[in-house]
Write a protein that binds this ligand. Sequence first.
Ligand code: PLP
Length: 379
Amino acid sequence: MSSIFPTYARFDVEIESATGMKITDTSGKTYLDFTSGIGVCNLGHRHPHVQTQIESQLNKYWHTSNLYYNPIQERVAKALTEKSSGDLVFFANSGAEANEAAIKLARKVTGKEKVITFNQSFHGRTFATMAATGQDKVREGFGPMLEKFAYATYNDIESVKQLIDSDTAAIMFESIQGEGGVIPANQHFIDELVELAKKHEVLIIIDEIQTGIGRTGKGFGYEHYSLDPDIITVAKGLGNGIPIGAMIAKEKYKESFGPGSHGSTFGGNPIAMAAAEAVIEKVFNQTFLKEVEAKGDYLTTQLTEELKDIQIVKEIRGKGLMIGIECNKEVGTYVKELINQGVLILSAGTHVLRLLPPLIVTYEEIDKVVELIKKALSE
Ligand code: PLP
């Protein structure tokens, strides 16, 4: 019997090791990883540059607390602000923690309380981020939620207009809803949202936890839109497998997060910072990002072409290397079949197959996986 709480319905795969695009199980079987550990290992497993930087930091110091200056934190924060539209960073250890920081900051800055999020969104599993998540199943059984969260319909500005009021502190959303089914925001919706937020003096929090760090072919997913968010949250891909979270916000909010207002023992941990510094050096590079975009376009084109005659496929959508295949049937059996065939792939909700391969995926690997998906969905 396992001594671990059964909070995850696991697949029958026991991991032994992982390098680049490949995962090996304890029986020696290898898998092509099209999950990146749920959008985390964007540079592939144990990327040599990330590993070298981590090893180098391991030989310096591991932890000293946030009571002292930490040069590597300063460098990573500076890099994040240079690569994004934000100016100041708070470091945390996960996506949920980054979002917690964003919600706290938005309330403190505005002195208002309501936060508008969206149906089918996902923002985490802590009390505030559960409340922010627009999915009943995530909240069930946990008693009263943190108050003043309201859920609008994604890509429907009228639904936001109905909720926004003088007590609204922020509108929080993903540039592509990930767990909700790989649903991109449309430009017109974002334009109207920006106008509305401005009119009501409401902050825009963009949750880039799944879409950030090159996943969509841009540094951050919001760069696909004309959007200048007040607060950006990142996690997952920033550490390429080492736990990390970060909230990036405008300088004008500095006073609201002064000494003692928020904190985290491990936030900004030097080992995580070493990983993040290496990741930023590799990912935020125009040649690399262009290649992600090209491979994403190729994957979408190949899937569209190869799956066009398969009845159960309803839609193929996404941006860069974040792609959903919506089916008119539950997809759980296809995920299992693909695992049998040596491909690790995700679902989003019950009806969408979700592809989040490491951004280093090759065209040959894309061809191979498209073929295997076609075979699985044809059966
Ligand atoms: N926000 C988004 C968009 C996510 O996809 C996730 C995780 O899947 C989270 C927040 C929560 O991140 P974490 O699991 O690191 O707390």
